[in-house]
Structure formats: C-alpha cells, structure tokens
Design a protein around this ligand. Structure first.
Ligand SMILES: NC(=O)c1ccc[n+]([C@@H]2O[C@H](COP(=O)([O-])OP(=O)(O)OC[C@H]3O[C@@H](n4cnc5c(N)ncnc54)[C@H](OP(=O)(O)O)[C@@H]3O)[C@@H](O)[C@H]2O)c1
Length: 258
C-alpha cells in the first residue's frame, strides 16, 4: 500500500534510540524526510547518515532536551525556517523513572515530578511550540506514543499510567479543536514491545522478559517494527478519518472487548 506521504516532513521526538528510532526508519522508508530530536548528538548524527544512505530522504539531527523550553523553541525555529513547519509530529517521550514500584510505594514527590515532566509536559511543551507551525498547512498528523496501561493498568506502572492518561486526554482535546484544519491527532498505546536495546538499570532481566511474553495471547514480545508500522499508517493519507483515537499495540494484552 502506498501511504501517500512521500515528500512530507516529520519531527520525531526522543528518537536517537529504541521506539523513536524505529519510527524514524519506518517513515523514512515511506519517503518522509525526518527531523530527529534527542539529547545525544553523536547518536543522532550517525542515525541521520544511515537513514539518508538507506532511504534517500533528507534526515536532520537536532540535539536537545525535550524538558528544556529553550531547546524546544530553538527546534521550532529550525522547523519554521527550514520547512515552514513539519507535516507530521510524532510525540515519543523519555521513559518513566526507574525502578518501577508498587503504587503504595510511590511516595516520593521527585519521582512524580519526573514522571509528569517525562510523560506529559515534555510532549505538551513540544506541541505548544510546534503545533502553531502546522495549523496553516491544511493537512497534518499528530501521533503520541502513550502506553497500553491507559486501558489496562499494568502492575508497577502507575507513574506511567497516570500521565499517559493525561496525554490521551490532551490528544483528544487537540483532535476536537484542530480537525477543521485538516490535522488528525491520535495515540498509539504500546505494551510488551521489544526493549532489548536498553542497557544498565533500564534493561529487563531474563525472568522479566519471559513474564512479559506470557502477558500476550500471542505468547511473544512485539517487535519495534510492529509498533512503528502502526505509527506509519496513522501518518498516512488512508488514515485521514481516524482522529481522537487510541490504537493499542499490545499483543492483545488488554482484556476489554473494545
Ligand atoms: N516497550 C514498550 O512496550 C513500551 C510500552 C509502553 C510505553 N513505552 C514507552 O515508549 C517510549 C520509548 O521507549 P524506548 O524503549 O524506545 O525508550 P528508550 O530506549 O529509553 O529511548 C528513549 C529515547 O528518548 C530520548 N530521550 C530521553 N530523555 C530525553 C529528553 N529529556 N529529551 C529528548 N530526548 C530524550 C533518548 O535519547 P537521548 O538519551 O539521546 O536523549 C532515547 O532516544 C518510552 O516513553 C516508554 O516508556 C514503551
């Protein structure tokens, strides 16, 4: 299927690694020029070189911190000057604080503040600066990566669930307000997606990996490509009548009918 987005420009946040990086590959494969935003300059520069060589699109590395308003406003200036704004905005975020804990043990205000900033404010701040550049274009796609926890809260994930639910509400409000400008806004809610690229304290143990597999009726972990393919579809022309929705990519983990 031709997604009809070749030649468009996408900003993908938190994209030097993992899911964000996979989304960058998927969109570039569809002929989309990509702007990658994360903190580590060298990783971004290597990735943009790889993407340009592999897919023949333009790829730009913009290093900065999503939580730093000055970095975000510099990014917005770059997007305005270079493309008169992006067509596609993918709001991927940093992870919640480590280690994961039971809700009754989540008593430290620093962890709640960190989770709020990482999971919710980072994306809203980004959107505050970048969305105004998209409104005049008559077409656009906003896709936020949240978590399947918004539908079925996972144990030890309250720091994520609480603020991802807030992000889901934010996207729904946006969808209602900007639909007439030709812009759709949706969430993709993952769970059990391969995170074997993670290192250090963020890496899952073998026992945790096995336990995650059992949470899906498919009996396996999802690939990053299975997630980023859904993002690619939501960015497509064909997805033009989907807005204000959340698409689950959780291997069937969520127990509800709808
Ligand atoms: N795997 C799953 O099943 C699953 C399920 C639900 C939700 N999620 C969520 O999906 C998101 C991506 O997961 P992942 O496994 O790909 O995470 P990851 O490997 O830790 O990647 C996170 C990315 O965010 C960037 N980043 C971190 N802090 C940043 C900041 N302050 N400003 C800008 N960029 C920043 C990192 O690059 P730099 O270090 O270079 O900045 C990196 O590129 C996370 O929020 C995760 O919680 C995943």
């Amino acid at each position: 299927m031709n997604l009809g987005i070749s030649g468009k420009t996408a900003l993908i946040t938190a994209s030097s690694n993992g899911i964000g990086k996979s989304i960058a590959y998927t969109l570039a494969q569809e002929g989309v020029n990509v702007v990658l935003f994360a903190r580590t300059k060298t990783k971004l520069e290597n990735l943009t070189r790889e993407i340009e060589a592999k897919y023949g699109v333009k790829a730009y590395a913009f290093n900065g911190d999503m939580l730093n308003e000055n970095d975000v406003s510099q990014l917005a200036l770059f997007l305005k000057d270079t493309f008169n704004g992006p067509d596609i905005l993918v709001l991927n975020t940093p992870r919640p604080p480590n280690p994961l804990r039971r809700t009754v043990e989540e008593t430290q205000s620093e962890r709640w503040h960190e989770a709020y900033h990482n999971q919710l404010w980072s994306s809203i701040q980004l959107s505050n600066h970048v969305l105004p550049l998209m409104l005049h274009k008559g077409w656009g796609r906003i896709i936020a990566i949240t978590s399947a926890s918004v539908k079925q809260p996972m144990p030890h994930h309250s720091l994520s669930t609480v603020f991802r639910a807030g992000m889901t509400a934010y996207i729904k409000h946006l969808a209602n307000e900007i639909g007439e400008k030709g812009i759709t806004a949706n969430c993709v809610a993952p769970a059990l997606i391969d995170n074997s690229h993670r290192t250090g304290a963020a890496a899952y143990s073998e026992a945790q990996m096995q336990a995650r597999k059992k949470m899906s009726p498919l009996g396996r972990i999802g690939t990053q490509e299975e997630l980023s393919g859904v993002v690619g579809f939501l960015a497509s022309m064909q997805a033009g009548y989907i807005t204000g929705s959340t698409i689950m990519v959780d291997g069937g983990m969520s127990g509800s009918l709808l």
